[in-house]
Design a protein around this ligand. Structure first.
Ligand SMILES: *Cc1c(COP(=O)(O)O)cnc(C)c1O
Length: 462
C-alpha cells in the first residue's frame, strides 16, 4: 500500500510561498468585456475608478500581464500563516468508502479564518502606499470585514465596515472580532448613508443584502478624499490576489505526484474559487497534457443560483446602482436572495472572469440546497475534525457527490477542493441544523422571474 506512506498534510516551507500572482485574463482568447459607465454606456474611464480605488489596484484590474510580482512586504505579511496546508482527506475517503483520493486546500488556517485575508492584505498595502488613511467596505457573513479589519490594523489604516443586517444579528462575535482589530462596524441598511436611508424608508425591517451594503460603502468612499473603498470579491484584482492559493496547491500536488481529475470550489462572488482554480485552468489553456481532462466545478446555493439560473448580462454590482455595469451572470441587482446561512454566497452577481469561463464551458456550475450542504458539513466535521464554513461546505457537498460517483464507477479519481474557511462563528446555524430546524429557504419564483426578465430585455446585453 504505497499510498499509505504519503503524508496526510502536504506542507511547503516559507521560502516556497509563490512570488507572483497569476492573471488569467492574459491567457484568454476571448477577452472579458470592460465594465461600462452606467450613464454613457461606454467603458468606464480609469479616472472615475480612482475616486474609490488606488491607482495600483486599477492597473491590476485592467492588466494584461500574465504574472504580477507580489511585493516583498506583502510576502512577509503572508508568512504569518502561508503557505497553507494541502490535506489528504483520508477520514472522508474512509467514511465514503471511495477509491477516489480527496484533497483539500486549507484556507481556514488564516488568522481571520478564511481565504479573504489574501486580498485584504494586498489591498490595504497598495492603499497605504498611496497615502490613503481609511478603507470602507461591506461584509456579508463577516469574513470579509474581519479580514479587512485585520489587514488595516496590520498596515495602520482606519477601517469602516457595513455589515448586512441579518449577519449582524446572527453573528455578534464576527462583529467583536472586527472591533478587536480596531474597525468600526454598522449594521446595513444604516441611517448613515443616502442609500441606506432609502432602503429603510421602503423596508424598515430590511434584513439587508451585500448589494445594499456595497452601495453604502461606495457612497462613503466617494464622498471622502482620504477614504477608499475595498471589495472582497468579484473584481479582477481580487481574484488575482487569491491565485496564491492555486499556485501553492499546484506545487503541493507535484510533491505527492498526483494531479486532480476534478477541482471544486464554492462561489459567492467567485474569488476563492478563482484563486484556487485559475492556476490549474492555466494548464488547461496552455494545453498541458495532464490538464486536458481536468473538470472544474463551481458550487452555489440553490437559494441564490447566479450561475445555474441567472442571465449573462451587464448589471450593477450593487443594489442602488452606484457601481459600473459589469458583464456577469446575475439574478438582477435589486433581487434580494433569501437569508440563507452561507451569507458569503448570497450575492446576486458573479465575477466577470468566472462568468466568461462558465459561458465558454470551461467551468461547470452546480447548485445545492442548504440541508444538502449542512449534511456534508457534518460528515466533514466528523471525519476530518474541522468545522467548515457553511460557504465552504457547498464545495464539500459537491466533492462528496463526485467521490460517490467515482465509487459507483469504480474509478480512482483525484478530487481537490478549496476549504475557503472555518465555521467557528456559524454555531447558531449548525445548532439549527442539529435540532432539525433548518429550513431550505426557497426563492420567490415570481419575484426572481421578474428580475431575470428585466435583465433579458435590457438594451445592453453582453
Ligand atoms: C466570502 C466567502 C466565500 C464567498 O466569496 P467568494 O468571493 O466567492 O470566495 C466563500 N467562503 C468563505 C469562507 C468566505 O468567507
Amino acid at each position: 500500500m504505497k499510498s499509505k506512506q504519503l503524508p496526510n498534510r502536504i506542507l511547503l516551507s516559507e521560502r516556497e510561498i509563490p512570488k507572483k500572482w497569476y492573471n488569467i485574463a492574459a491567457d484568454l482568447e476571448e477577452k472579458p468585456r470592460p465594465p461600462l459607465d452606467a450613464e454613457t454606456r461606454q467603458p468606464i474611464s480609469p479616472d472615475k475608478l480612482s475616486a474609490i480605488f488606488p491607482q495600483r489596484l486599477i492597473e491590476q484590474e485592467v492588466s494584461s500581464k500574465k504574472f504580477i510580482k507580489i511585493p516583498e512586504e506583502l510576502l512577509k505579511a503572508y508568512a504569518k500563516w502561508r503557505p497553507t496546508p494541502l490535506v489528504r482527506a483520508r477520514g472522508l475517503e474512509e467514511l465514503l468508502e471511495t477509491p477516489a483520493h480527496i484533497y483539500f486546500k486549507n484556507e481556514s488556517v488564516s488568522p481571520a479564518g478564511s481565504h479573504k485575508l489574501n486580498t485584504a492584505l494586498a489591498q490595504a498595502y497598495y492603499n497605504k502606499l498611496e497615502g490613503v488613511k481609511r478603507l470602507v467596505t461591506e461584509t456579508g457573513a463577516g469574513q470579509w470585514g474581519s479580514a479587512l479589519a485585520m489587514a488595516c490594523n496590520h498596515f495602520e489604516l482606519g477601517c469602516k465596515v457595513y455589515m448586512v443586517r441579518s449577519s449582524y444579528d446572527q453573528k455578534p462575535y464576527r462583529r467583536t472580532m472586527m472591533r478587536m482589530w480596531g474597525a468600526e462596524v454598522s449594521a446595513s441598511p444604516s441611517e448613515e448613508t443616502r442609500a441606506g436611508r432609502e432602503i429603510l424608508n421602503q423596508h424598515p425591517d430590511s434584513s439587508g443584502s451585500l448589494g445594499i451594503a456595497i452601495s453604502e460603502a461606495v457612497e462613503v468612499a466617494a464622498s471622502d478624499a482620504e477614504t477608499k473603498y475595498s471589495l472582497g470579491s468579484v473584481l479582477n484584482h481580487v481574484l488575482l490576489h487569491q491565485t496564491i492559493i492555486g499556485e501553492e496547491a499546484l506545487k503541493q500536488m507535484d510533491k505527492v505526484e498526483e494531479y486532480p481529475d476534478t477541482i471544486i470550489g464554492c462561489v459567492g462572488g467567485g474569488s476563492n474559487f478563482s484563486g484556487f482554480a485559475f492556476p490549474f485552468i492555466r494548464e488547461k489553456l496552455e494545453d498541458k497534457t495532464r490538464a486536458k481532462k481536468l473538470r472544474v466545478i463551481a458550487v452555489e446555493p440553490s437559494a441564490c443560483p447566479t450561475l445555474t439560473r441567472g442571465v449573462f448580462a451587464y448589471d450593477y454590482g450593487d443594489t442602488a446602482g452606484l457601481t459600473p455595469l459589469l458583464p456577469m451572470y446575475s439574478l438582477g441587482h435589486d433581487y434580494i436572495p433569501p437569508a440563507i446561512h452561507a451569507g458569503g454566497l448570497r450575492y446576486h452577481g458573479m465575477a466577470p472572469l468566472v462568468s466568461l469561463l462558465v459561458s465558454a464551458g470551461i467551468i461547470q456550475p452546480v447548485a445545492y440546497t442548504q440541508n444538502e450542504v449542512f449534511d456534508a458539513a457534518l460528515k466533514f466535521a466528523r471525519s476530518e475534525g474541522i468545522i467548515p464554513a457553511p460557504e465552504s461546505s457547498h464545495a464539500i457537498r459537491a466533492t462528496i457527490d463526485e467521490a460517490l460517483r467515482a465509487k459507483s464507477e469504480g474509478k480512482k479519481e483525484v478530487i481537490v477542493f478549496n476549504l475557503s474557511g472555518h465555521g467557528h462563528f456559524d454555531m447558531s446555524a449548525y445548532d439549527d441544523y442539529l435540532q432539525g430546524r433548518l429550513a431550505d429557504s426557497t426563492i420567490d419564483e415570481e419575484d426572481l422571474q421578474k428580475y431575470l426578465n428585466q435583465l433579458r430585455h435590457q438594451s445592453f446585453p453582453v
